[in-house]
Design a protein around this ligand. Structure first.
Ligand code: SF4
Length: 524
């Protein structure tokens, strides 16, 4: 099986005429060295370029990475937030991760799922369990957008990926006012060949995420070993080029910060974005993720990395990424604490997860809604088979609230906030939670969405859809207190909507009214 994964020719065709890839380590080190003492005037010129929503060069990015002066760092933070508001407005897109399996043939020294962890109970969710998870996520927590996560293993091959995505999309759950369902499934999985990526596109893949983990070759070799599929640095490096060849428009990059020097890794991410921008399709990354190394069961590296990233440097990474790739979505996950994530919002991130559970089957085992009730099985309500899968689960006690078990998870979470908590916190900061998934379904994806983002016009559509989906969520899932806070925010947003998008205003008002009356999934 492992020999059939890497397809001949699906790396070589992207290399340059000398057979080299786009990570030029020497050039990265040189740029970082030559810009060690940044001059304020140069920094301000670079900030102007970011304000014009242009991707920075490696040298410009290196200058920003080397800024140490607190006043200048604050100026950079404010500019980053200004850009975020200009491109994305005050929306924060919400989502949840759904772990499908903990099987893995790889041996990453930072991961609890590594094959050496033989004591771990390994399994993948059955289709019935996936439907239960999706119904809990949509019907109890109110999520509309997921990122489904898989290890690399023959049991979770492309057939399983396809079937499991179909299972998620197939779930519809009755709610107070209508029905709920998952409307966008992003996928985080191993690098795939072009034919497999085409198959995922056919079943409605949203964003395809593959994190390089580290762009530094020696470190990559050290943490992944030589006897694993993941050891092939270039197969992973060109996953997104293959995705774009398969007409998967939205691709998500990421680095696991803490494996190597963080400044080098930011330069690696930038090189990756620029390499994608220079392909025939001309689209950079749709999103970038920047998880930090977290403790994981029996994963030696997580306890002793000399490259551990401090909170201050982590926040600086977000600021520099916001400035270097001004149009790209930035995802800050619940690995981070509530405090760090709130600070990240003020540095221009665009997406956050909430009510996050990363144990297998954890959303549907004993989940409670926002009113402290354990709701009846939504699948049973729909007349679908409701074979209780508890017998297959490690723990399925409805009385249990979610408690993290290090030995059963890939890593430990830092922010336990529910969607409700997050909605309230964001509203207090002046941000609206968006459950919108309209863009890709209406054709605003890939090159089209990038053009809208770069010209700062994307927010016009997405803000209206954010308001409509926020209305839906408040009516279907919020407690009375949260609804009150949300209503105040919506009144404010409605007041500014006409000015922002006069051409769409009549249609928007009609959709908003119909949504308030119980219609669902309307978007402009
Ligand atoms: Fe497998 Fe991914 Fe964990 Fe590596 S990081 S062991 S590939 S699940």
């Amino acid at each position: 099986w492992s020999r059939s994964v890497v397809k001949p020719g699906e790396v070589e065709k992207y290399l340059d005429s000398r057979g080299l890839d786009f990570i030029d380590e020497e050039a990265i080190f040189r740029a970082l060295e030559e810009t060690r003492t940044p001059d304020p005037r140069t920094v301000r010129d670079i900030l102007d370029k970011s304000r014009a929503i242009q991707t920075l060069t490696p040298r410009e990015t290196a200058v920003l990475l080397n800024v140490e002066d607190p006043d200048m760092l604050e100026e950079m933070r404010q500019t980053g937030l200004e850009i975020k508001l200009k491109v994305y407005d005050n929306r924060i897109v919400t989502f949840a991760p759904l772990y499908m399996a903990n099987h893995c043939v790889n041996s990453c020294s930072y991961c609890g799922f590594r094959r050496e962890n033989t004591g771990m109970h390994r399994r993948h969710l059955t289709m019935e369990e996936i439907r239960h998870e999706a119904s809990a996520l949509a019907g109890t927590f109110g999520h509309k957008r997921l990122v489904v996560v898989y290890g690399e293993h023959p049991l979770t091959d492309i057939d399983y990926l396809e079937e499991s995505i179909n299972a998620v999309y197939g779930v519809r759950v009755p709610t107070r006012r209508g029905h709920a369902n998952i409307r966008r499934v992003n996928v985080n999985c191993a690098p795939l060949d072009i034919a497999s990526l085409r198959r995922l596109r056919e079943v409605g893949l949203g964003t395809y995420q593959v994190f390089q983990e580290t762009y530094h070759r020696d470190t990559y070799r050290r943490v992944h070993g030589t006897q694993s599929l993941k050891a092939d640095y270039r197969w992973r490096l060109y996953a997104m080029h293959r995705a774009q060849d398969a007409q998967v428009d939205d691709v998500g990059l990421g680095v696991l910060f803490g494996l190597y020097d963080w400044k080098f890794e930011v330069m690696g991410l930038l090189s990756h974005v620029r390499a994608l921008e220079s392909t025939a399709c001309g689209i950079g990354a749709h999103t970038i993720s920047f998880p930090r190394l977290e403790p994981a069961h029996n994963a030696p590296l997580t306890r002793s990395s000399r490259y551990a990233v401090s909170d201050a440097d982590f926040l600086k990474i977000i600021t520099v990424l916001r400035l270097a790739v001004p149009y790209t979505g930035l995802i800050c996950t619940a690995r981070e604490t509530r405090d760090i994530r709130n600070q990240a919002v003020l540095r221009g991130i665009t997406q956050m997860d909430a009510s996050t559970r990363i144990g297998l089957g954890a959303y549907s085992s004993g989940h409670q809604n926002n009113f402290g009730e354990t709701p009846p099985d939504p699948l049973a309500q729909e007349g679908q088979p409701s074979q209780d899968s508890c017998s297959q689960r490690d723990s399925c006690n409805p009385e249990d609230s979610y408690s993290q078990k290090e030995e059963e998870q890939q890593f430990l979470l830092g922010d336990p906030r529910t969607v409700e908590d997050l909605v309230r916190d964001l509203a207090a900061m002046g941000f609206i939670s968006s459950f919108c998934t309209a863009g890709y379904r209406i054709g605003r994806r890939g090159e089209r969405i990038m053009r809208l983002l770069r010209s700062c016009n994307e927010g016009n559509f997405c803000k209206l859809n954010a308001i409509i989906t926020f209305r839906e969520w408040l009516d279907d899932f919020a407690t009375p207190e949260t609804r009150e806070i949300g209503e105040a925010l919506i009144r404010q947003e409605l007041a500014g909507a006409e000015q922002r998008t006069p051409a769409l205003h009549t249609k928007f008002l009609d959709y908003y009214r119909r949504t308030s009356e119980g219609a669902r999934d309307l978007y402009v």
